[in-house]
Design a protein around this ligand. Structure first.
Ligand code: PBG
Length: 321
């Protein structure tokens, strides 16, 4: 056969494959989520997320040590309060779990970039991401509280806040309150396209935030839509977002790609709890090879256009690199 093109030549051996590889994962791409529970002497594995733990403040250092030793540069903190109420008041308490955790982490590891998740669902008795009035979410009241949460995280020393509630106008309100209080350098990573996804299941188990009634479809996005995601992201940028995030990642690679093509700001992707637990469960059952599956999934997310990747596999990947 006289073929003028033989693309397989560039796959012939490891060296040439390494030479022509287009996408490489780096430890510096990764952001590691950390769960902090109220209470004492807790390091408890999360049943729905094998290999992930709840830490209480007094044992948080163990978890952070491990992350820092692997040279992961950034963490995303989630709080798990003991007491929930209608207005999620523990979310903006000065001595709240996340606020204490930020102070501790920034005190011990000033070079670690600390991001906080800004939301209400872990803190409200009804488990919704906003304030409920008459069985419905009151957007504007919720935004006021979200801004207070973001401010309290910034006061504790957070480098960046990440609103994950999907209320309208929250980025604008957060930027405003931060600027007014002289936190001009605290950046905002907006969960711009956060879909109403079944892949958050293990996380809701982990933080006990399954809504007591209804679902999140009136504020999180319809998985069928992508133009709408672009509109959401455009608004977030106008309102002052520094980084746009897509969540989940695996089933939304097209959204990551569209954001990357359209907006010239860093794009983050959140590979969520379901993506993590799915691979963990399948590999434990012997259905697939975990390390390869993880590398392939996360590389795919980067190849789609993600500059920053939030993943529960961060430590595993860092160990492999
Ligand atoms: C809070 C929040 C959620 C996640 C991140 N922030 C849960 C939700 O919206 O139900 C999901 C993270 C994951 O599944 O890994 N709003």
């Amino acid at each position: 056969m006289n073929l003028s093109h033989r693309p397989k030549r560039l796959r012939k051996n490891t060296a040439i494959r390494n030479l022509v590889r287009e996408t490489r994962l780096n430890v510096s791409d990764l952001i590691c989520p950390v769960f902090i529970a109220e209470g004492k002497n807790i390091k408890r594995e999360i049943p729905s997320m094998p290999g992930q733990f709840h830490y209480s403040i007094d044992r948080l250092e163990e978890g952070i040590n491990e992350i820092a030793a692997l040279e992961i540069q950034s963490v995303l903190l989630f709080g798990l309060p003991e007491h929930k109420d209608e207005s999620g008041s523990r979310a903006y308490a000065q001595n709240g779990t996340v606020q204490q955790a930020v102070r501790l982490v920034k005190g011990k590891y000033p070079e670690l970039f600390v991001i906080t998740d800004v939301c209400l669902c872990q803190y409200t008795s009804h488990g919704h991401c906003g304030i409920i009035d008459n069985k419905a979410i009151d957007n504007d009241k919720s935004v006021e509280i979200l801004a207070k949460i973001a401010l309290s995280h910034s006061e504790a020393g957070a480098d960046m806040v990440a609103p994950s509630d999907m209320m309208d106008g929250r980025v604008k309100a957060i930027r405003k309150i931060l600027d007014e209080n002289n936190f001009k350098d605290t950046s905002i990573m907006s969960y711009s396209a956060k879909y109403a996804s079944a892949f958050y299941g293990p996380f809701r188990d982990a933080v006990n935030s399954t809504p007591a009634f209804g679902d999140r479809k009136t504020y999180q996005m319809d998985p069928a839509n992508s133009d709408e995601a672009v509109r959401e992201a455009g608004l977030d940028l106008e309102e002052g977002a520094d980084i746009l995030m897509v969540k989940p990642a695996m089933a939304y690679a097209d959204i990551i790609y569209r954001f990357k093509e359209k907006f010239n700001v860093p794009i983050a992707a959140y590979s969520v709890s379901g993506e993590y637990s799915m691979i963990k469960a399948a590999s434990r059952a012997g259905f697939l090879e975990e390390k390869q599956a993880v590398a392939e999934m996360i590389t795919g997310i980067k190849r789609a256009g993600a500059d920053l990747i939030i993943t529960y596999f961060a430590k595993d990947i860092a160990r492999q690199l």
